[in-house]
Design a protein around this ligand. Sequence first.
Ligand code: NAP
Length: 285
Amino acid sequence: MTRRVGLIGKPLRRRHSQVMHDAAFDAAGIDARYVLLELDPDEVEASVAAARGEEWLGLGVTAPYKRMIAGLCDEIAPEAAAIGAVNNVARTTEGRLVGFNTDALGFRAGVEFAMERTLTDASVVVAGAGGAAHAVVFACLDAGASRVTIGNRTLESAAALAARFADVGPGAVSAVTLDDPVFGAALRTADLAVNATTVGMVDQGMTIDVAGLPASATVFDLVYVPPETALLRAARERGLRAANGSEMLIAQAAAAFERWTGLAGMADVMRAAVAPLLADPNVRA
Ligand code: NAP
């Protein structure tokens, strides 16, 4: 029996996850495929229930269903419960569905590689307060960042995000709008500035003024399509360390693959498989 992992989302325009997981199944000699399930909201519950069947290893979950599927699992791993979103589901041998979240650990792996240091004691500025920003802010505070300043176009969602994680880790977390002078002031002493908005992928422009950052800062853009956003270009022109979201994507996928199959260490296979897609200028967001 060919086992399956199904990616649930709508729309599903990108094939990056499918390419990485199918390459890892092939390299490991596992008879399984990663299939795309583009579903309307009224189809999600039945598809999640079907994934309790033994042909399924689990599910991947992407926008807009990361919250909804958290409510349809039999169990939620602690990190996913803290973040409030499930981006992967594992089927246990008894057919129970366990929701988990690999975005936070993927972000931490990717950003610490880019920074060439850990997040411990780091002063961090995050632009955005959507689903990805939840994983980013949680990861920074959980890793012991000393301060996280969240800037968002809409203040209410930034304030809700800061309140949600106020008690995580020893660091302080605060929320402002992107155009608040406090956001600019935080950039002047930041070790790390993160774009966790869709700006650069959907809308053009930049959420972070790189001119205000210290020379020692790292700029991390979660966007990986296109591979170099205007923000990353500006950061590199200033001589700052700068990285896109591709290593986060690969690290979170390798962690999910380990949960489904018990096999760790597939990041190199996944990186090689997805490299042509990541480099292809014709791949659109
Ligand atoms: P989301 O939940 O839809 O949140 C979107 C965020 O972008 C919100 O904070 C929104 O602000 C902000 N935004 C949108 N348009 C804006 C504009 N014109 N100006 C300023 N802010 C704007 O999206 P998401 O799931 O968090 O994803 C965010 C990005 O992260 C996407 O590009 C996604 O591809 C990327 N991502 C990468 C990885 C990875 O592994 N590398 C993983 C997850 C996500 P408002 O609240 O004001 O609307």
